[in-house]
Design a protein around this ligand. Structure first.
Ligand code: PLP
Length: 393
């Protein structure tokens, strides 16, 4: 006997991975250059040279020590460097003892959900959303309450949001810049969100935590701004990752930050650390704790994503696709040309265009395009998008 839930999760791949694997098989059949794989969010720009040079230097200088265990919450010197960086860049008031280093934003989120959840707790998520939230929240024994998408803008539908908060609400998850819509929440939006959470926390007599999932924090386009969320809402817990900003998704490194202003902050930090222990997320990869903390003020050369967005959005709109303007990250979330996004994705697949159906993100009638690819790939894919549009005329 095994856990049916875990068996289900282990056998049913995510739709994204399914398409990604299909793309690899198809590439072997017809050549990689003929498959237009927009399925997965693997950064297309390399990590800065300094990242590789730092890794090599550390391996040479400390061939034994660098592979050693660190403290469960991460090495003290690495946490100091991250805290200094956050304080320099955002005046974050970051105390290194409130940072917990772990294997990417995925583990950060799992530690936070597991650390916070008491029986009966709920977390509110806004569609469209990163599908793993549901797995992580339910894995922690909590319930995910989904707010349907506001499809003209993919911003927050505040009326529905307010009505969905209850005595059971332990937290609210935001992800700005967003996967899969690319939208960014403005300061005004975050202030309105904060006002509601402050009022509801007081009404229900317990803090409602805002979990800010920020792997795309640095990928923000001209005319948009991603404010430092804890300055706007005190009960914010930050989940961060170097997967996208430094193009290091395979190195599995990120952190949780529980600011000093967070209600019952010491308990929250202890519970997050306890969750890390219980899930086995202790002592994040030691080499990359050092590398990322030394390089944390840098980013990869991210400007290509903005150029790709411009190229894609204007071309798709000219072809008649409806697409909300992204303000960051590297995703577009256009409407599918028929209500059934699965059927639309299947039709695209026949043209070797791999687009992820929006249903899995809580927004049927859309598809996700990951444009972390070479601009040339987009240019060569455009006739396929045109053929797809023509097939509906
Ligand atoms: N959250 C969002 C919104 C993401 O898009 C991703 C990865 O794509 C993650 C979390 C997980 O990131 P990581 O690779 O750091 O675990």
């Amino acid at each position: 006997m095994v856990s049916e839930r875990m068996k289900g999760l282990g056998t049913a791949r995510s739709v994204i991975r399914e398409l990604f694997e299909y793309g690899k098989v198809r590439a072997a059949e017809i050549g990689a250059e003929n498959v237009f794989d927009f399925s997965i969010g693997n950064p297309s720009v390399p990590a800065p040279d300094a990242v590789n040079e730092t890794a090599i230097r550390l391996l040479r200088e400390q061939p034994d020590l660098i592979h050693a265990y660190t403290s469960a919450q991460g090495a003290a010197d690495a946490r100091e460097r991250f805290a200094d960086s956050l304080n320099r860049r955002f005046h974050a008031g970051c105390n290194p003892n409130r940072l917990y280093l772990t294997v990417g934003a995925a583990a950060s989120l799992c530690c936070v959900f597991n650390g916070l959840t008491c029986p009966g707790d709920e977390f509110i998520v806004f569609a469209p959303y990163f599908p793993e939230y549901k797995v992580f929240i339910e894995g922690a024994g909590a319930k995910m309450v989904l707010i349907p998408p506001e499809i003209e803008t993919f911003q927050i539908d505040f009326d529905t949001f307010e009505q969905s908060i209850s005595a059971h609400t332990k937290g609210v998850v935001i992800n700005s810049p967003n996967n899969p819509s690319g939208v960014v929440y403005s300061k005004a939006t975050l202030e309105r969100l904060a006002a509601i959470l402050t009022e509801k926390s007081a009404a229900y007599g317990h803090p409602i935590y805002l979990i800010s999932d920020e792997p795309y924090r640095e990928i923000v386009y001209a005319g948009f701004e991603a404010p430092w969320v804890p300055h706007i809402y005190q009960d914010t817990i930050v989940c961060y990752s170097f997967s996208k900003s430094l193009s290091l998704p395979g190195e599995r490194i990120g952190y949780i930050f529980v600011p000093d202003g967070v209600s019952e902050g010491e308990d929250v930090y202890a519970a997050v650390a306890g969750a890390g222990r219980s899930l086995g997320y202790v002592c994040a990869p030691g080499l990359f704790q050092q590398v990322t903390s030394i390089c944390c003020d840098m980013t990869s050369d991210l400007k290509i994503y903005e150029e790709n967005a411009k190229l894609f959005v204007s071309a798709l709109r000219e072809m008649g696709y409806h697409v909300v303007q992204p303000g960051g990250a590297f995703y577009l979330f256009p409407r599918s040309l028929e209500p059934d996004d699965m059927a639309f994705s299947e039709r695209a697949k026949k043209l070797d265009l791999l687009l992820v159906p929006g249903s899995g993100f809580g927004a049927p009638g859309h598809v996700r395009i990951s444009y972390c690819v070479q601009p040339e790939t987009i240019r060569r894919a455009l006739p396929k998008f045109q053929a797809l549009a023509d097939s509906y005329k």
